[in-house]
Design a protein around this ligand. Sequence first.
Ligand SMILES: NC(=O)c1ccc[n+]([C@@H]2O[C@H](COP(=O)([O-])OP(=O)(O)OC[C@H]3O[C@@H](n4cnc5c(N)ncnc54)[C@H](OP(=O)(O)O)[C@@H]3O)[C@@H](O)[C@H]2O)c1
Length: 389
Amino acid sequence: MQLIASFRCHHTHNLLLPNSFFSLPTAPTTTVTPNRKSPKCIPVSSSTIRLEVRAHSVSPKMVKAIRVHELGGPQVLKWEDVELGDPKDGEIRVKNKAIGLNFIDIYFRKGVYKAAAFPFTPGMEAVGIVTAVGSGLTGRKVGDIVAYAGNPMGSYAEEQILPADKVVPVPPSIDPIVAASILLKGMTAQFLLRRCFKVERGHTVLVHAAAGGVGSLLCQWANTLGATVIGTVSTKEKAIQAKDDGCHHVIIYKEEDFVTRVNEITSGQGVEVVYDSVGKDTFQGSLDCLKTCGFMVSFGQSSGSPDPVPLSALAVKSLFLTRPTMMHYTITRDELLETAGEVFANVASGVLRVRVNHTYPLSQAAQAHADLESRKTSGSVVLIPDGAQ
Ligand SMILES: NC(=O)c1ccc[n+]([C@@H]2O[C@H](COP(=O)([O-])OP(=O)(O)OC[C@H]3O[C@@H](n4cnc5c(N)ncnc54)[C@H](OP(=O)(O)O)[C@@H]3O)[C@@H](O)[C@H]2O)c1
């Protein structure tokens, strides 16, 4: 560790001084009366010099990362050099091999969800190799392949620091790119189908954006659970994929009225549950598709936030409404391990076929955002750190 002292003088200079010069190794700011003269500058006042002391690595590790300095379109994603510290107590440093792109990254870039500070590095999912381990209990060692999904934000980076209790081990049978394409989306499918509303044989479910990252997994998994699956998509190409993923009925909602079609398919009965991630454009129609005591799961807003819902809209059919978030279903370490474990097990057994339909170099994250946002993608999108290709 090295300390930087800055003496206030006519022209501000930063002087690099050895540790031995200081008795206060990490105090952020202190004022002292000098007992020796600075070799490079003359103090303004001869009696007092303000001395700033900051902790720095001997040679700070620089990595490439995407950073956002202001909210906006894909162009605000900047490819920059950032300084990476050492892992602290309970933390690990991870060199990313693959980074999952998720629609939530777009919400943060646009300000639909608020980042805690600027500039920030987006991204909530990655798989990589542990390169350093902090002190304290981490349960990890250098060389482990680990994955994380959720907080903390900041995975659009070649290397990042993570709390050790937020990562899960990746089974050796699963390729890092596959793992990065499925952890967040697969854990989302897990809690939606198995805990939020428990899908069972004989249920009929409606999945919007059925060819998307989460949608593709929801359809495959719901089919395996024995449900009749109805999926909506925007194009014929996406319809083919949704059918292949286990949709018994596919509705092209840009061409057909999905409420009318669901009524026809269910002979006017409606569906037990709607998994709606599209939001504004589909919300009211989704309520109309539910049977009495049906379950409305509104888990995203790709088309915009739905309008406020009066309770009377639910009273019509005694409906249930929830707006769940994966983070709340994976809060404890046990929940995280169990949910991730079930996803990886389903990949290994073939229940979930992963569609990594698009990969981009990390430096091209802006293009990936533009494509996801304009509905050009299907399945999962993965960013690969430029040096890792
Ligand atoms: N609550 C949670 O914990 C949680 C966790 C993960 C994801 N999510 C949500 O799940 C949704 C899917 O996420 P994902 O990452 O897998 O993305 P995705 O489904 O691959 O992409 C979004 C899809 O939404 C459809 N869409 C409909 N209207 C759209 C519009 N106006 N603009 C853009 N897309 C539109 C498009 O499919 P078509 O072209 O077929 O219409 C598009 O491909 C997102 O809303 C996300 O926020 C929620």
